[in-house]
Design a protein around this ligand. Structure first.
Ligand code: ATP
Length: 578
């Protein structure tokens, strides 16, 4: 883990060297000051050479100023190093999460992912800055101080160092405890985040059911869980902090008693005693530093462990090493014996065979839960199939780079997702380099133009979170405009016009028909009236593809489709006449 953590310093070698060097110099100066003080008291003052005393004081002052400058470097540039590393990690995590497959997102709460990107990384920057630097300096100071103390008075030095093994034991013991406490704390705050995310994004449902109190209770439970975890970590910190404090202050007292006794016996000068007490003080500083690290390190490392866990999660849909950039596709889609299930043990689709010609419009109909949406989600390779093959223009989709494949597929979902931003940004999401004219053209095709013109800010109107300031129909038209702009050879329309009023629906139907001209189009239809003119209707049931053909033929066949028609229109006969 530590070696892996160290790799993040690589891009910042210069910054690290600068920060580290200054920190070491500051520590060395700290070590040197008491030597100067001791020398002044014992050797310089008795000579009465006040001129020299003044110069020494000026010299000390200059050294203090240099030390101050270097402390500034350590504080600012050192933290900059930490923040840079934290930012890099956050970026890499975001990049990685974007690569993960639908299956991961199906099974992970959004709030948990958000927590990993924010809270879990908070202490990493601090740890990256203070960890190696403080540890090295603390150890260096301890060794240096011990050496000097031995030279001044070896007996007092040994007395002082008797406590070191006890300190080491306390540090190791509490470090382990804190590691556990910090991991639990991160898990609990992730639960809180997930709960907040769920409740806030579903606030309309919460309010419509009047379930605010219920939500508050669920939140309180998570919040309390976090409180307990945090309290537990503070309990450990307090125990370790006070034990270390007690031991270190005890040393000062012991040194004072023994030092006074040695001085009384004439084994130690007063200057040496004062100098020694100053060294004890310096000796305590690295211990305080190690104590602070003891608090920081487990939190940072627990966050880093969780970071690594997520970074090590492999996407289950991956580009093959020799994957090709998909050429401009015509749209001949072939399902060859395709078997797929979300869970290993149950298959939603079993040995499906289906050929769709380029430019064909096919409608998928069938009972709810039969697998129509699932079938469509396999074309952009959102999920990896268990058996068989899906190919487009004769190329297995697993041989193409995912991005180049998905670039050629337009999907209009029943549930539209828009980003918090302007109308322009949301339409241009279909092609990021689109010109103003192209955005307007897409808006025109999706029959959004008059609505946009009527808005005071036009294309620059903010549509609110998930586009909530727009009506359902407007949202859907906006999502359709994005696809006009994307202009893909393959279209998947998941009952795309369900949220539109009859008049708009007719217009959109015309636009979609125009769009689907010469493109392969799959329509997942619930309302059979919208797909009567499809080139082919494919009936999907839990058993697989039950029948396929033109509307009239399927009605004449008297199978599932004619029964579905009868259910929706009150009689297959009426439908054929209509
Ligand atoms: N992400 C998922 N994870 C696990 N199971 C899923 C997932 N999505 C769908 N399912 C299950 O797969 C089956 C097929 O669902 P699918 O959405 O493909 O059906 P559908 O025919 O499109 O239904 P509808 O007409 O109601 O939209 C259902 O039993 C559903 O519960």
């Amino acid at each position: 883990m530590i070696r892996r953590f160290m790799t993040y310093y690589r891009p910042y070698k210069k910054l690290f060297t600068l920060d580290f060097t200054c920190a070491v110099l500051v520590a060395l100066l700290e070590l040197g000051f008491p030597i100067g003080v001791q020398w002044m008291i014992d050797d310089l003052l008795p000579t009465g050479d006040w001129g020299l005393v003044t110069w020494v004081c000026i010299g000390l002052m200059v050294l203090y100023l240099i030390s101050m400058g270097m402390q500034f470097v350590v504080s600012y540039w050192g933290h900059k190093l930490g923040i840079n590393i934290e930012t890099d990690m956050r970026k890499q995590l975001f990049q990685h999460v974007q690569k993960l497959s639908f299956r991961f997102f199906d099974n992970t709460k959004t709030g948990q992912i958000m927590s990993r990107m924010t809270n879990d990384l908070f202490d990493l920057g601090e740890m990256a800055h203070h960890g190696p630097e403080d540890l090295f300096i603390a150890l260096m100071t301890l060794v240096g101080v011990f050496g000097i103390m031995l030279m001044v008075n070896w007996e007092l030095a040994v007395i002082t160092f008797v406590v070191v093994p006890f300190l080491a034991w306390i540090i190791i013991y509490f470090n382990q405890k804190l590691n556990k406490a910090a991991t639990t704390m991160f898990e609990r705050i992730a639960d809180v985040n997930a709960r907040v995310e769920d409740s806030i994004s579903g606030i309309r449902v919460v309010k419509s059911f009047g379930n605010e109190q219920f939500e508050l209770e669920r939140f309180t439970k998570n919040n309390h869980g976090f409180r307990l975890a945090k309290l537990r970590s503070y309990l450990t910190i307090s125990f370790s902090g006070s034990s270390i404090y007690m031991l270190t202050r005890f040393i000062t007292l012991v040194v004072l008693v023994f030092g006074a006794w040695f001085a009384y016996k004439g084994k130690l000068s007063y200057g040496e005693l004062v100098g020694f007490l100053l060294y004890v003080n310096i000796f305590l500083k690295p211990i305080d530093k190690i104590n602070a690290l003891l608090e920081l390190y487990p939190k940072g490392m627990a966050g880093f462990k969780r970071y690594c866990e997520l970074m090590d999660t492999e996407p289950d849909v991956k580009d093959a090493d020799d994957a090709i950039e998909a050429p401009r596709l015509k749209g001949d889609i072939e399902f060859n014996n395709v078997t797929f299930g979300y869970e290993n043990h149950s298959h939603v689709l079993k040995a499906i065979n289906l050929s769709i010609r380029a430019g064909e419009t096919i409608a998928l109909v069938g009972p709810s839960g039969a697998g129509k949406s699932t079938l469509c989600s396999l074309i952009p390779r959102f999920y990896e199939i268990d058996d068989g093959a899906v190919s487009i223009d004769g190329i297995d989709i697993r041989a193409m780079k995912q991005q180049s494949l998905r670039n050629q597929i337009g999907i209009v979902q029943q549930e539209v997702f828009l980003f918090n931003g302007t109308i322009r940004e949301n339409i241009a999401y279909g092609r990021l380099d689109a010109t103003e004219e192209q955005v307007w053209e897409a808006a025109r095709q999706a029959h959004l133009e008059s609505m946009i013109l009527a808005l005071p800010d036009g294309l620059d109107t903010f549509i609110g979170e998930r586009g909530l300031k727009l009506s359902g129909g407007q949202r859907q038209r906006l999502s359709i405009a994005r696809i006009f702009l994307k202009n893909p050879p393959i279209l998947i329309l998941d009952e795309a016009t369900s949220a539109l009023d009859t008049e708009t629906e007719t217009l959109i139907q015309q636009a979609l028909e125009r769009l689907s001209h010469n493109r392969t189009t799959l329509i997942i239809a619930h309302r059979l009236a919208t797909i009567r003119h499809a080139d082919r209707i494919v009936v999907v049931t839990e058993e697989g593809i039950e029948e396929q053909g033109r509307h009239e033929d399927l009605i004449a066949a008297g199978g599932t489709y004619s029964r579905l028609s009868a259910a929706q229109f009150g009689g297959g006969l009426a439908l054929t006449k209509g």
